[in-house]
Each structure stands twice: as structure tokens, then as C-alpha cells.
Write a protein that binds this ligand. Structure first.
Ligand code: GLV
Ligand code: MN
Ligand code: MN
Length: 412
């Protein structure tokens, strides 16, 4: 059997049902990692997988695997999935699409009574977003041996400090299974593009050849708290003024490395955050991305130089801590080819694309052949409650996923 097709209406219905968990008034989803709502979404996903005849297991970092047995259970599985957690102003598709697409693949194979040679597993990774607990991709990172388990479980909530491990325990998803270790034949992840390229080109399928690299920083600027009234301007050591100048320079560094660089400050804490006290301490994060590692290295140099110069000009102290790094990551040529071939066989136009976002596939690429399938999203908008995708594009991506998975699961 070749060129099989999924049930696009069922895929859409599952996405809409899942999006009710954490639904926001503006039509988005707020389902932070290891929150009660994340637990609810996980339980719904497990119920659907069990209804589809899968065997479910949860590992010690909370990653969920749902397995459909193959003719030869001793073969390494073909794995597909993504994540169920969202940003605070998240949408219905970032992450959820990859998990529901995996489920739709299972349901379609059940409808057809199709037996694969190798087992197939759907995975829902823990804390992909890196919003509540940083960095991103923690579940897949522990799976791939990038972080050790203790380090992953100890990640603190960025506001309250409660750990990821404690929260997984609380929502019932600190599983018993050891994390990773076993061989994976192939890993595929379907995802919305989260940028404007495919929509602008009018192309339904992005054949993702790799992901750009990232460098994340935590910067602490220290000055001195003082009274907003009696303290003359020349005597002030205002940490927020220093941070504001640095934040502007972060943006300029992004523009200076156009067209591919991205530079973002998305998290700022001002202390004591009192309107008539000069701020004594500011903590903020920097997110740098670029498809070339040499450019990221140059951006790193510029950031450190700018922070030091800005701080010393107004007698502040600036600590620049590199918090997270991964280099630009190419995906596996054979799997990329399998995605391209599946798109062609289905008659979908396609183009090669590099992922601007981080994905669990980036860490999976370190331990297994990995690749991704992108579909357009409306206006290129993501990490926003208005994030949207067209049902026909989601169906197309899932058809490509199904056939790419089958190609690998039946490979010699
Ligand atoms: C994950 O959403 C990322 O920051 O790319
Ligand atoms: Mn995602
Ligand atoms: Mn995301």
C-alpha cells in the first residue's frame, strides 16, 4: 500500500478538542509545562492513545511514549511527536500539531488494519517551550543525554522557583521508566512553520533541512537603590537605565547581522520595582539565533562588549552568563529525502526550509536520524493566541508524515 491518506477531519477535531484545555479568551491556549492543565492534556492524550490500542509508558522526566507494535517487536521504533506545553500566549498548533499528527497516523493505520515491520511510537516531550522552566527542550534533552536527569528535574519555575521535578510529581507525571538509552530507528516531527516563508510562497510543505543555532543568556545588572527624590541625577547608579541601553543594543546586534540573525529580550525583572526607588538590580534574558555558528560567536562577542561598556559608563556591574547553547543542526539526509519523496508522491509542492524555532528534533538528531515537516501558519504568526493554520495544510503535513513514517518503519 502506497500513498495512504489520513483522516483530516478527525485530525482537526482532535486539535480543537485538545485546544479547549487551557483555552484563552482570544482563541489561544495557555498550558504551561507541568501545570494542572498540562496534566489534563496529557491524560486526554493517553486516553486517546489507549483507545487506539497503543501501550503507554511515562519516563522519569515525564515524556510520554505511546507504542503501536510492529511485526518485529525487536526492531527499534520509528518515533514521531512534539509537545503539549505552550507559551503563556500560545496557540492551538505549536507542539499540539506534531502530537495529534502522530495520533492520526496511528488511527489511520488502525482503520486500514496496516501492520508495520517496526513498531511506531508517538512521543509527547516534557517542557519543550522553555517558558515556565528554562531552557527549552528539556524532556528531549534528557532523553538525548544533553542534560542529566537530576539537572532536568531541578529546573526552577522562572517566577516561583518550584522545580520541574516537583511539579511533574504533583500532576502525576514523574514516571517510572528510565529516560532514553534505547535505539530509535528514526524520529520525525511535524510542526507549523511559525514564520512567513511557506505562506508567502504558497507552498504547503516545508522539507526542513536543519535548525538554526541558539545562544541564550541571563544578564544581571547591579547598581544601587536610592531615593527617587533627593538623589541628584549625576549620583545615580540606575540598573534599569543600564539594562534599557543594553536591551536596545541587543536589538541592534540582531539588525546588524541581517537578514538571518534574531535577537530578543523577552523576560525582565526589576528590583525592587517600586516607583519611587531607583532600581538597584535588573535581571533579563537574551535569545540569539542564527543559522551560522560563526555569526552567533560574533554576536556573543558584541553582546559582552556592549554590556561591559554600558555598565562601566554609569558605574554599574553587569554579569553576563551564557545560559544555553546549541549549534546549527542539520537533519539526517535520508530522512529529509523521505519527507521530500512523501511530499512528491502526494503531489504537494514543497520547498526546503531551515527551522527558525528550536524543536525536540534538534536534540533527537544527536541520538537518532531525525527530520521535520513544516506546514504554513497564517500570517507567519506563532507564540500568539491568534496563531492559526489551515485544515488542508495540516492534513497535507500529516499525509507526508504518515508516508515518511511508513517508509522508515518498513525499511530493510
Ligand atoms: C521554542 O518555541 C523556541 O523558542 O523556539
Ligand atoms: Mn513547538
Ligand atoms: Mn513554541
Amino acid at each position: 500500500m502506497r500513498n495512504l491518506q489520513v483522516n483530516g477531519e478527525r485530525l482537526w477535531a482532535s486539535l480543537m478538542e485538545l485546544a479547549k484545555i487551557g483555552a484563552t479568551p482570544k482563541g489561544g491556549v495557555c498550558r504551561l509545562a507541568a501545570s494542572d492543565l498540562d496534566g489534563e492534556a496529557r491524560r486526554l492524550f493517553i486516553r486517546w492513545c489507549e483507545d487506539a490500542g497503543c501501550t503507554v509508558r511515562v519516563d522519569q522526566i515525564g515524556n510520554i511514549f505511546a507504542r503501536r507494535e510492529g511485526r518485529d517487536p525487536s526492531l527499534p521504533p520509528v518515533v514521531t511527536g512534539s509537545h503539549l506545553d505552550t507559551q503563556p500566549t500560545g496557540g492551538k498548533f505549536d507542539g499540539a500539531y506534531g502530537v495529534m499528527a502522530g495520533l492520526e497516523v496511528m488511527r489511520t493505520l488502525n482503520d486500514l488494519g496496516y501492520e508495520t515491520e517496526a513498531p511506531i511510537e508517538i512521543v509527547a516531550w516534557t517542557n519543550e517551550e522553555g517558558s515556565r522552566f528554562s531552557p527549552a527542550m528539556v524532556g528531549s534533552g534528557v532523553f538525548a543525554g544533553v542534560f542529566d536527569l537530576a539537572e532536568g528535574l531541578a529546573r526552577p519555575d522562572n517566577i516561583t522557583g518550584v522545580t520541574l521535578g516537583a511539579e511533574l510529581e504533583r500532576i502525576g507525571f514523574a514516571g517510572p521508566e528510565p529516560v532514553g538509552g534505547g535505539p530509535v530507528a528514526a524520529y520525525f516531527e511535524a510542526h507549523i512553520e511559525q514564520g512567513p516563508i511557506l505562506e508567502a510562497a504558497g507552498v504547503p510543505i516545508g522539507v526542513v533541512t536543519g535548525a538554526q543555532g541558539q545562544r541564550w543568556y541571563e544578564i544581571t545588572v547591579t547598581g544601587q537603590e536610592a531615593h527617587a527624590g533627593p538623589t541628584p541625577m549625576p549620583r545615580r547608579r540606575d540598573a534599569l537605565v543600564g539594562a534599557a541601553r543594553m536591551i536596545d543594543m541587543v536589538n541592534r546586534i540582531g539588525h546588524a547581522h541581517a537578514p538571518y540573525a534574531c535577537a530578543t529580550v523577552g523576560f525582565v525583572q526589576v528590583s525592587p520595582n517600586s516607583r519611587n526607588t531607583i532600581p538597584g538590580r535588573v535581571f533579563f534574558t537574551v535569545d540569539f539565533r542564527h543559522p551560522e555558528d560563526t555569526a552567533l560567536t560574533e554576536m556573543d562577542r558584541e553582546l559582552r562588549e556592549v554590556c561591559e561598556r554600558t555598565a562601566s559608563a554609569i558605574a554599574l556591574d553587569a554579569e553576563v552568563k551564557e545560559f544555553w547553547y546549541f549549534p546549527p543542526t542539520p537533519f539526517h539526509a535520508d530522512l529529509v529525502a523521505a519527507v521530500r519523496q512523501a511530499a512528491e508522491a502526494q503531489g504537494y509542492s514543497h520547498q526546503d526550509i531551515i527551522s527558525g524555532a528550536g524543536h525536540d528534533a534538534v536534540y533527537m538528531a544527536r541520538v537518532a536520524p531525525s527530520a521535520m515537516i513544516f506546514v504554513p501558519c497564517v500570517g507567519g504568526i506563532s507564540h500568539n493566541e491568534i496563531e492559526a493554520a489551515k485544515p488542508e495544510h495540516l492534513t497535507a503535513g500529516c499525509n507526508v508524515l504518515l508516508n515518511a513514517v511508513l517508509e522508515r518503519a518498513n525499511a530493510e
